[in-house]
Ligand binder design. Structure first.
Ligand code: GLV
Length: 326
């Protein structure tokens, strides 16, 4: 029987290509080009599988134009780039890469929280610009992390990992808001208390966003929500652009209605709202939440393992919709 064809939408570790080549004919993206939708569709012709990253959209139009496609494996835990109902209707399997990135992403969330509260980027730019000529009593004085109140919006696996870091490592008081309440056991492990969204906004000294991006969570933090936060508060977004209204945030940072923000994700990635680039009180990173080599390898292998499982008739590891083979 001839091997199935798999398209790699972006470049990835050679060992992952090797693994996939055992079961399929693999078509790589040598230059790691970000293809337009039209280019993606053109390259998907005659392919039964695709290895995607969070930036590659699989929507109804792509599915219609690629009738041979049977599985899309995302090398990301978030899958807002997939139109799951349309994929299910078309009998196309969707998989993501959860769990393997939880702790690494929580590390970055905490790094951003600390860097934001203690004004690391701002002070480093000042030093590099040669402006450091003397010590002064309030130079780059920020806010404390230890003993403060950590607010978490979205209490999934990554939210819980951040809560544990805050409560157990830094003696923070942890409050959270989520669609559903955690089990008593998990609340105890995270030492976290469920509150309403307005309580969360009003009480958090440091607010971390870790919720999935959906139609409902679009602009979950906009001007009205920012106005409810303490003027001394910091905001960290490691979830997805679009959860925060970047224009409203830039304005709040400029007017200092909140103290500072740490952002790993943006509404128009890789473009950053110009207002955010103009203000000093923001730490900006280019969507690197899961970016450690072991974790990126684990994510790539998990996506590849789903493809291998599919094409060798084995159960999928992390399916997001029903498996049409069963
Ligand atoms: C990264 O943003 C991911 O969803 O894995």
């Amino acid at each position: 029987m001839s091997k199935p064809h798999i398209l790699m939408a972006r470049a990835v570790f050679p060992e992952v290509i090797e693994k996939l080549s055992q079961v399929a004919q693999v078509h790589v993206n040598e230059d790691d080009t970000v293809w337009s939708q039209a280019e993606l569709v053109a390259r998907l012709q005659g392919k039964q599988g695709v290895f995607t990253t969070g930036g590659d959209r699989i929507d109804q139009a792509v599915l219609k134009a690629c009738p041979e496609l049977r599985i899309c494996a995302n090398m990301a835990v978030g899958y807002n780039n997939f139109d799951i109902p349309s994929m299910t209707a078309a009998g196309v399997v969707a998989t993501n890469a959860p769990d393997v990135l939880t702790e690494t992403t929580a590390d970055l969330g905490f790094a951003l929280l600390m860097g934001t509260a203690r004004r690391l980027s701002e002070s480093e730019h000042y030093l590099r610009a040669g402006r450091w000529t003397k010590w002064s009593f309030d130079m780059f004085a920020g806010s404390d992390i230890h003993g403060s109140t950590l607010g978490i919006l979205g209490m999934g696996r990554i939210g819980q990992a951040i809560a544990r870091r805050g409560a157990l490592g830094f003696g923070m008081k942890v409050i959270y808001h989520n669609r559903s309440r955690l089990s008593q056991e998990l609340e105890q492990q995270c030492q976290a208390r469920l509150v309403s969204k307005s309580e969360l906004l009003a009480q958090a000294d440091h607010l971390v966003l870790v919720l999935p991006y959906t139609r409902e969570s679009h602009h979950a933090i906009g001007a009205a929500e920012l106005a409810q936060m303490k003027p001394t508060a910091t905001l960290v977004n490691i979830a997805r652009g679009g959860i925060v209204d970047d224009a409203a945030l830039a304005q709040a940072l400029k007017q200092r209605t909140i103290a500072a923000a740490g952002l790993d994700v943006f509404e128009e990635e890789p473009k950053v709202h110009p207002g955010l680039l103009e203000v000093p009180n923001v730490v900006l990173t280019p969507h690197i939440g899961s970016a450690s080599i072991p974790t990126r390898k684990a994510m790539a292998h998990l996506a590849a393992d789903n493809l291998v499982a599919f094409f060798t008739g084995k159960p999928l590891l992390t399916a997001l919709n029903p498996d049409p083979r069963s």
